[in-house]
Design a protein around this ligand. Sequence first.
Ligand code: ADP
Length: 347
Amino acid sequence: MNRQNTSLFLIFCALFSFLLSVSIWVLSIFFSFSVPIYALVVVFFFCFSISFLFFNYFYQKIIFGRIETTLAKLRKLNIITEIDVSKFTDDISDPIERFNAEIIQLSNDRQKELEHLQKLENYRKEFLGNVSHELKTPIFNIQGYVATLIDGGIYDSKINIEYLKRADKSVDRMINIIDDLETISQLETGTLSLDLERFNIVEMVNDVCKQIEIQAQKKNITLKVITQKDIVKIFADRFRIRQIFSNLLSNSIKYGKENGETSITINTDKEKATITISDNGIGIEEKHLPRIFERFYRVDKGRSREQGGTGLGLSIVKHIIEAHHQTISVSSKENQGTTFVFTLPKN
Ligand code: ADP
């Protein structure tokens, strides 16, 4: 029982005993029998002790007992958890206080859960909105080209092949979006199992550079690989790591300037390889940096779509790196360039 409750009980019992003693005294006058003062004092203290013991017993056994049984049931059903007593500055040895504290904690936990669910719901709605928006653009394009061809364009040698090529490009774009969405969904639900193997990262980087050389040549961008060793073996999922390099290097070209340069530096220590991909392209304004790994986040939507971007590339990169328990960071200055640094495991 806490101090406040004890004082209340004492006052209540004193009042009760006092009233009883006064009643005996009044009755003694009324019925003309004598009661000595010490007998009234004895009655007062006797009654005070008995009533205090009785109320205390009643409070402890009946009220405490019921509250403890209810709490035990709620804990068993996992509705509430045992509270961390150290968090409370007040004395909560009193079951009513504890019950109060547990209910407050329960309501705080539920509030947090509710906010989390609300966030997820908003995220889901935003995601669905983004997906349908991304898919609508190529679908409407295809619809437009096909309608023109049906309306006679098919016989016009000036546009028929051109429109079929454009429709084909839109199909490619839809396939890219769907492939990226599939990868994201597998990475987020954890259904994508990594196929880990040991391989030479330097060889892979050179290979990806060769693959995107034509894209780089269109802007006259030089790709430079800087490494102290020709063989740096890492232990990771070869296909997914290749996806990281393809995304980051093709971004450095998409958002790079004419006659620019992209460097890929490979450093290594006992446990990991550290890769730095740096370009001197258009850069990213500081306010966008915290969000660029989010799904569908783009600094310049128009430029990204024009370059065939889905807005999912960096999100996939981050997921793959995190699936390997590694980290990635970005730094950038508008109009000066962007640098991504990430690690890959060696064991
Ligand atoms: P996207 O398909 O639009 O390229 P990403 O997820 O790969 O999507 O990138 C998200 C956004 O980050 C891009 O739209 C672009 O604005 C910005 N970005 C990514 N890489 C670079 C870079 N190397 N230089 C400048 N901006 C970049």
